[in-house]
Write a protein that binds this ligand. Structure first.
Ligand SMILES: [Ca+2]
Ligand SMILES: [Ca+2]
Ligand SMILES: [Ca+2]
Length: 386
């Protein structure tokens, strides 16, 4: 037998003896690398799946973290997924070396953790704990929802929650309150929501809110927003619900021509997002829109509809305006022309299976330009009635 082959088989036998990973469904729990705090074994691949009741979320906190370092974590690594690990669209982050991952909060009731080691160099590994439904945490998705504990039931007394919303370096965070009902008092000293333009309370203070008046929409100047919710020892209300989104996922385009693409293109888009691009030109303009690349999850074969992931285009600035079309899979939309000066493009994805996404180009044309025929056949002749 070839020595290399023998060694590989031997490694496999050793590998099968290392027990690691599993399914965790208790409301709290701990995980760690095999042998922790001793050195972890070579050549292992562990997978943990945390499943808490539907409607709950999972908060994961690392207590110790020490893996072999590689610039792109190619040797030993931890991968954390917002959902099942078989789907790269759920990936929240990949970590190695001795930089402890931040606290992660899942945006639904499933979280997965993968630990992998290669055949050389081992360190002490990691230990981490999870809890279900703890308020606060670090949110890294392109969009998501935060709410007071137990919402829409009354929040608990003595709550102290901090959410850090952390989006990609080139983007900003927008926070929109959908519902807001806190105990009211002058100065908001009892129960309140406080907002900061960065990850800590030392960053620029954006405001403190209580009572029943919804805070205004907040846009950060950097890529992080801190939301703090506190309640005192008595008297609660229904609480609040807000959604956030990253600039990568929500854009208003007002240049006469431009292009945009699904988040992370040409890599796969994230699962579980709802992104809006509003093209908003001056009055008198119309917009021609085309999609050079369209690569989304296919139609549902049972219903033959775009039930999973889709791109929808509306002839205006809201989803109540006329739908120009709705696409998925690799269907190539025709060139679209707006009736007025606004178009809205919405990308919705479900909780699994992500593809490359789309690219879109648009061009605005005014009546004058149309008459001068500067753009030649800008407006399709099929729009004239014969
Ligand atoms: Ca290693
Ligand atoms: Ca109170
Ligand atoms: Ca999908």
């Amino acid at each position: 037998m070839d020595f290399l082959l023998f060694r590989d088989i031997y490694a496999c036998i050793l590998l099968s003896r290392v027990k690691c990973g599993g399914i965790l469904s208790a409301p709290t729990g701990n995980i760690s690398s095999p042998n922790f705090p001793g050195l972890y074994p070579y050549n292992i691949h562990c997978s943990w799946l945390i499943v808490v009741p539907e409607g709950s979320s999972v908060l994961l906190t690392f207590h110790h973290f020490e893996l072999e370092y590689h610039a792109s974590c190619a040797y030993d690594y931890i991968k954390i997924y917002n959902g099942i690990s078989e789907d790269e669209g759920n990936l929240l982050g990949t970590f190695c070396g001795d930089t402890t991952p931040p606290q992660f909060t899942s945006s639904w009731n499933v979280m997965s953790i993968i630990f992998h080691s290669d055949r050389h160099v081992a360190h002490r590994g990691f230990s981490a704990g999870y809890r279900k439904d703890v308020c606060g945490g670090v949110l890294t998705g392109l969009s998501g929802i935060i709410s007071s504990p137990g919402y829409p039931q009354e929040y608990s007394n003595n709550a102290d929650c901090s959410w850090i919303i952390h989006v990609s370096n080139t983007s900003v965070v927008t926070l929109v309150f959908l519902d807001f009902q806190l105990e009211d008092n002058e100065g908001c000293n009892f129960d309140f929501v406080a907002l900061f333009d960065g990850p800590t309370v030392t960053h620029r203070y954006l405001g403190k809110y209580c009572g029943a008046d919804k805070p205004p929409n907040i846009v950060t100047t950097s890529n992080q927003l801190l939301v703090v919710f506190k309640s005192d020892f008595n008297i609660g209300r229904q609480g609040f619900k807000a959604y956030y989104y990253s600039g990568e996922c929500q854009q208003v385009l007002s240049a006469v021509s431009g292009n945009f693409s699904s988040p992370h293109f040409p890599n796969i888009y994230p699962n579980n997002i709802n992104c809006h691009w509003s093209i908003n030109l001056e009055a008198g303009y119309r917009i021609k829109l085309f999609f050079p690349i369209m690569d989304l999850e296919d139609r549902n074969s049972l219903s033959d509809e775009c039930d999973y992931d889709s791109v929808a285009v509306y002839d205006g600035d809201s989803q109540t305006d006329g739908l120009l079309g709705h696409w998925c899979g690799r269907e190539q939309p025709p060139s679209l022309i707006s009736k007025g000066n606004k178009l809205l493009v919405v990308l919705s994805t479900d909780r699994n299976e992500a593809h490359r996404g789309f690219t879109a180009n648009y061009l605005g044309g005014s009546l004058v330009i149309q008459i001068c025929a500067t753009f030649g056949s800008f407006f399709s002749p099929t729009h004239h009635s014969h």
